[in-house]
Design a protein around this ligand. Sequence first.
Ligand SMILES: [Zn+2]
Length: 167
Amino acid sequence: MESVCIIPVLIAMLCNGVKGERKMKDLNRLHPWMKTQAETLKVRSKLELGIDIIITQTLRTKTEQDELWAQGRTTPGVKVTNAKYPQSMHCWGLAFDFVPVIGGKAIWNKPDLFKKIGALGKSMGLTWGGDFKSLKDMPHFEAPNHDWKELQAKYGTPEKYIATWGK
Ligand SMILES: [Zn+2]
């Protein structure tokens, strides 16, 4: 049976109730284009698919990515990421994770719902994690035509990149 990648589920559970949880869901921490995309996706998902979604993760700071990286390596628990800071697009404010919500409950185990929203996001120009070859990540969207190596070469650090957004 096909399943939704478990990693964002674990990350969302981990981050639930911990310090900084609300910050990690804050759309204002995203690149302005990604923020608009996330807001549009929420509205269109409701209107066109009849599916409510919430955004579970946006930008991750170095501290936040380091904490996720440490889990299952130097701190207890299972490994939830293979990305060291700043190798995740979340570190650059260019990725967000979502989950469908039915009756106030996050629905992590329905691949069909993720696929519908994945197709909608792709039609808007986003890159969907469900298409990743190495590690399928259905709850994940990121900006197209970017990768962390190119960003690092051009800007050095996420902080310097974020400083160019001109908000
Ligand atoms: Zn993600």
